[in-house]
Design a protein. Structure first.
Length: 212
């Protein structure tokens, strides 16, 4: 069965962030508190996955454990059920991510990436690895940050998403997403928006959702 997903980081004033927190923070906390969330995170931190092009090549010894680790990582980095429900208006029909979070955003103030049958956060985390991913605030691509928190977290985000040439090349190989001409990648968009929000003294909202 096919699906389409999106991951977006949008810039907002602190007043807007406070309003969004009523809808999104409980859902974000619920996804973070999922009984399997911490176990999946620790497993990936302890045993990073090899190059995705080798994931399903042959069975061999340890194939079952490898498949289990892959599925655990995919579940970890997929949109959380609670945030997904809130953003789609299933919890509160008066609130929908398209109208209440993303509407009116300019290209400069937002990073949005949409993919069919793929999850952007999964590709980003695989590309940068668990040590860098652990520097990113929030939980697996979801977060609500005030302007002060954006400025405080920027150095960690810069460390996570700034690469030497060889590191950049390796990360690009491990990013399995297909991009259109001129489309911004998950390796570039988040840091651009973070830096712009810090300069403008704005907060940030990050959400990963299913669009259909």
């Amino acid at each position: 069965m096919g699906f389409m997903s999106a991951w977006a980081i949008s810039s907002h004033t602190d007043d807007v962030i406070a309003g969004l927190s009523v809808h999104l923070l409980p859902a974000m906390r619920a996804d973070r508190a999922h009984p399997e969330a911490e176990r999946r995170w620790r497993q990936w931190q302890r045993e990073p996955l090899p190059d995705h092009r080798t994931w399903y090549s042959g069975v061999g010894e340890g194939g079952e454990a490898r498949t289990s680790a892959i599925e655990s990582f995919r579940a970890l980095t997929a949109p959380g059920d609670h945030v997904d429900d809130v953003c789609a208006g299933r919890e509160d029909p008066s609130f929908h991510v398209l109208d209440d979070v993303w509407e009116g955003q300019s290209d400069d103030s937002m990073f949005l990436t949409v993919h069919r049958k793929e999850y952007a956060v999964s590709a980003l985390f695989h590309a940068i690895g668990p040590t860098r991913a652990a520097l990113l605030p929030g939980w697996c691509g979801t977060f609500l940050l005030t302007a002060a928190q954006v400025r405080e977290s920027l150095p960690d985000v810069e460390r996570a998403l700034t690469f030497a040439p060889a590191e950049r090349e390796a990360a690009e190989v491990r990013d399995w997403l297909d991009y259109g001409e001129g489309e911004e990648s998950v390796l570039d968009g988040p840091l651009r928006v973070w830096s712009a929000a810090a300069r403008a003294r704005l907060g940030l909202c990050g959400v990963a959702v299913h669009l259909c």
